[in-house]
Design a protein around this ligand. Sequence first.
Ligand code: G3I
Length: 459
Amino acid sequence: MKRLGASGPGTLGRAAAGVLAAAVAIVGLAAPAQAAEPVLRDLAQAEGVYYGTAVTASKLTGTYGSITGTQFGSITPGNEMKWGSVEPSRGSFNWSGADAVVDFAEANGQKVRGHTLVWHSQMPGWLADGTFSDAELRTIMTDHVTTEVTRYRGRIDHWDVVNEPLNEDGTMRAGKFYNQLGESYIADAFHAARAADPGAKLYINDYNTDGTGAKSDGMYELVERLKAQGVPIDGVGFQGHLILGQVPSTLRANLQRFADLGVDVAVTELDIRMDLPATDAKLQQQKAEFKAVTAACLAVARCAGVTAWGFTDSDSWIPDVFPGQGAATPYDESFRPKRAYYGIAEALGWTGGDDPAPGACSAVYAVSNQWNTGFTANVTVTNTGSAPISGWKVEWTWPSGQSVTQAWNAAVTQSGSQVSAVDAGYNGSVGAGSAVTFGLNGSWSGSNTAPAALTCTAS
Ligand code: G3I
């Protein structure tokens, strides 16, 4: 696994990375299978940055694992390295999820962002609810940092050493460590991490610091103080939990002012949520906004890379925490790349053409009533794509001599055992994730076996 250069991907490091990736890309041209779709990790590498994703360790197989390994140059465990995950009971460790993520990254030549060592949230109960003297708490914290960082020494590129230390107004957030130890808990955590793995880049990470403002100013001043004290801080993470239409216009300038303090910067948890349902207009806007965030990172020489907080809408925290919102990641719930994916690729220099309009549907058949010679069946047509569709057609083959006698909500024709059902006009438009139903009466004799498979075509 490669590690970022000693000074991070600054101007020199990024140029050198570009030459390396260009050479790799030329070799890659010999493989025809790679020609059609952009590969984000290769495009990013050619620009001297990484494009990463948060992952769930237990899902790293099948399609999820294959997209993770193919498309992303860096992975971050979404939960598996948090204190509550690794030390649920005091002195009793569970490294299985964290190990799985690091092993996966090494098998796939990926960087790892370690997330996160000291945070006010997702602490184990014994720690959150325990009563400790100040000295004891400080030792518990630095021992934790030492234990976890040492375990993965040499295998982690960035550690989020301290996560979310600030209030919205830029003051220090109250929490277990700040309340008892004051701001010095941050310096102690960074010193412990540096001692345990001198090669890892050490980050402080927060949300709502992406654009300029009070909270970002608070982070700026905190980093200034830490640098002045000689605290070994290498980078600042900007989580980037953004809302469609509200991407800060000051993002690039904000990243730059931190870089000018002498630290690397990174977008560490990018998602752009929207009110559901996701219309194509919203997905187009989201594409432009993913593109803009990626471009902002590229415009800042000390921006190390961008990490999406989950690459698929099926593995995103948004719907659980913001009911009615979602569609915040670059892939839909069925692992199809959304327009946002092409926006990222375009920002990274891809010129392969327009993103395909994703239209897809599925159909489910169910008999609702049956009598001696006849039956009623309903077919549910679901738009499984990430954009609205304007029409649909469902086709199937009767397995046991059935015949359609009447239909509603669709134009149904039968030829031999082949049936074709086309939308009725008024129900052809179906939003992403939405469904419509049509019905039919049929006749049967002998048996009334359901069709083995229905084909749904969207237009
Ligand atoms: O694993 C359990 C499962 O066994 C149980 O059935 C289920 C029932 O609620 O909970 C599961 O745990 C959940 C865990 O995610 C794994 O899915 C927790 O309840 C849930 O609270 C936890 O949420 C995580 C959240 O941090 C906690 O604050 C999200 O996945 C994770 O994406 C999110 O990530 C944070 C970053 O670490 C810091 N920045 C903000 C970001 C979003 O909140």
